[in-house]
Design a protein around this ligand. Structure first.
Ligand SMILES: CC(C)(COP(=O)(O)OP(=O)(O)OC[C@H]1O[C@@H](n2cnc3c(N)ncnc32)[C@H](O)[C@@H]1OP(=O)(O)O)[C@@H](O)C(=O)NCCC(=O)NCCS
Length: 281
């Protein structure tokens, strides 16, 4: 078998979508993002070509914390279990290392055991498990959530860093289905863009994206005192009725979860965060 990896091209769409359209019973998201991904010059997308035919793909996103995020790995059913997904992963790590990146992350649904075996094969380790919660359709806010101002960055960072959720979740926040570390520099950036909120002894990071009818809003990080955190979540999500996806990411084991459930928030799905670190230099 002659398998080679090269950057993705526009002409790869048809051969790849011919099998991706059937992944997960036709519910794969790749067909809806492919055109955006192929136009994106900041991040990288690769295909694996066997005997001249594209039979697999993956994508690498360069994250704001200096890590690389691997996603969208798909291999044609007839070409699985031959190491092609692992080849794509190894290739991305090689490219990332060439850019000076030493932290690689990816996520997988908690039940995708086939993917977990392949992920273990390229030596990624589980960092944390997350559950994604949805607010009740009509949510009434407490109204006392406060956006963190520029002079309050150090205090907000301390609240995030000191929370059980920071520890349980491996210190990351989620954005557009990818995770990055909440380093002091990243928290600085988030405060500058107005994405960090406080209420009492709780802190949250909020982001939105997409366009109607696919608009999404996310509490990408929520941590601190459980009572304050739930009031903060209620305040932030009131008025989110129009968004298609309204998600709150919480690491499993967080004491906030119980109180969030009592407030009517419901779990949508669970995922696992995997990580691999390479030696520097
Ligand atoms: C998950 C997925 C990408 C794995 O692709 P793959 O090319 O089959 O993965 P790999 O071959 O690299 O590794 C997986 C298996 O092949 C085996 N393998 C790897 N290299 C091999 C080789 N050279 N010879 C024989 N077997 C090999 C691995 O041990 C593993 O075996 P197992 O699952 O039987 O225990 C593929 O199943 C897929 O596209 N699934 C649908 C989409 C999906 O779930 N994507 C992942 C989302 S996180």
């Amino acid at each position: 078998m002659d398998a080679r990896i090269r950057p993705a091209r526009r002409s790869d769409k048809a051969p790849l979508m011919s099998f991706i359209k059937d992944v997960w019973g036709g519910h794969d998201y790749i067909p809806t993002v492919w055109d955006r991904w192929i136009r994106d010059t900041k991040n990288r997308m690769y295909v694996v070509v066997v005997d001249g035919v594209p039979v697999g793909m993956n994508r690498m996103r360069l994250m704001e914390d200096g890590s690389a995020w691997f996603e969208g790995v798909r291999v044609h059913p007839e070409y699985r279990s031959r190491g092609l997904a692992s080849m794509l992963g190894e290739n991305s790590m090689r490219v990332a290392k060439g850019l000076g990146i030493t932290t690689f992350r990816l996520t997988s649904g908690s039940r995708n055991h086939t993917a977990h075996r392949q992920i273990a094969r390229i030596e990624f380790r589980e960092t944390a498990r997350f559950s994604v919660y949805e607010p009740p359709r009509v949510s009434r806010g407490a109204g006392d959530a406060r956006r963190v101002g520029l002079g309050e960055t150090a205090d907000a960072y301390a609240a995030i860093r000191g929370s059980a959720e920071y520890r349980l979740g491996g210190g990351v926040f989620w954005h557009d289905f990818a995770a990055a570390s909440l380093t002091p520099e990243v928290v600085d950036l988030l405060v500058c863009e107005g994405a960090v909120w406080r209420l009492g002894r709780a802190a949250a990071v909020v982001r939105d994206g997409g366009r109607e009818p696919e608009a999404w809003k996310q509490i990408c990080f929520l941590g601190g005192d459980p009572g304050d955190a739930v009031r903060l979540a209620k305040g932030l999500t009131a008025g989110w009725e129009k968004a298609t996806e309204r998600w709150i990411f919480l690491p499993q084991g967080s004491p906030i979860i119980r109180q969030l459930r009592l407030a009517g928030f419901r779990r949508n799905y669970s995922n696992i965060l995997f990580e691999r670190r390479a030696a520097k230099g």
